[in-house]
Design a protein around this ligand. Structure first.
Ligand code: ADP
Ligand code: ASP
Ligand code: MG
Length: 244
């Protein structure tokens, strides 16, 4: 039995059909006896849509209020995923960042995680509950909703894995691994069989969307075993990346 954190990106939860198949995949891991913490992103396109709504009212919205709006994308997917899992007969419970609590600083729209309270998560896991935590969001010391910067649910996943001392953090996305460069833009990009921590850090720091840079920093600092998988894609397992 392992404690596994699974982060599902926007495409993986991009439709009700995909959420259903994510739920079935989670059910399989649960049947194998693993303890699971699931960290979904918002449905693909949703965060952009929410930010555009805010910009429709002001060219320069208050960052605090932008976060109130932007954080709702993940609140939808955690609830839907919990409902889908419950419907499969599994015990699942969803939490926003504030409910957990994922404590951050007050740098709205680009907050940093300071501390994660693992009490509720551990209690649920001990009772056989699948825990679903909203990616991309936290709460500051005053109780304000914060978000972690675009792509921030990667960091939520890795930080939760670190805080829980998870055996593994699996990042599910729409590409089957890490490539030399963005395979959507450069068709000749090669998939990397191995990547060092420094290379991953460099890729992320060059602005690649493949992993948010803070998640890479976290993985290095806390020695989180990391691998990136594509979903749905059957050959993804062959591309596991693990570092450091
Ligand atoms: P998710 O919602 O799963 O986090 P993102 O869109 O944020 O997905 O990130 C995955 C995307 O990152 C891929 O679709 C790909 O276009 C892009 N990407 C950029 N650089 C790379 C790279 N070096 N290797 C793989 N994918 C990359
Ligand atoms: N939903 C957020 C974004 O689009 C966080 C994430 O997907 O990682 O930036
Ligand atoms: Mg991303």
């Amino acid at each position: 039995m392992a404690l596994i954190v699974q982060k599902y990106g926007g495409t993986s939860v991009g439709s009700t059909e995909r959420i259903r198949s994510v739920a079935k995949r989670i059910a399989r891991f649960h049947r194998e006896g693993h303890q699971l913490v699931i960290v979904p992103s918002a449905m693909s396109g949703e965060t952009n849509r929410l930010l555009a709504l805010a910009k429709d009212f002001s060219p320069d919205p208050e960052p605090r209020e932008l976060d109130v709006v932007a954080a709702t994308g993940e609140q939808v997917t955690i609830g839907l995923l919990a409902i889908a899992l419950n419907h499969l007969g599994l015990k699942a419970r969803s939490y926003t960042g504030g409910q957990v609590r994922v404590l951050t600083d007050s740098a709205f729209t680009k907050a940093r995680i300071l501390e994660i309270d693992d009490t509720r998560i551990r209690k649920d896991l001990a009772e056989g509950v699948i825990v679903i935590v909203a990616g991309f969001q936290g709460v500051d010391a005053e109780g304000n909703i914060t978000t972690l910067g675009r792509g921030g649910s990667d960091t939520s996943g890795v930080a939760l894995a670190a805080a829980l001392g998870a055996d593994e953090c699996q990042i599910y996305t729409d590409v089957d691994g890490v490539y030399t460069t963005d395979p959507r833009i450069v068709p000749e990009a090669r998939r990397l069989d191995r990547i060092t921590f420094e290379e991953m850090l460099e890729l992320a720091s060059l602005g690649s969307k493949v992993l948010q840079i803070r998640s890479v920093e976290f993985a290095g600092k806390y020695k989180v075993k990391w691998n990136r998988r594509s979903f749905p894609a059957s050959r993804s397992i062959a591309t596991n990346q693990r570092f450091p």
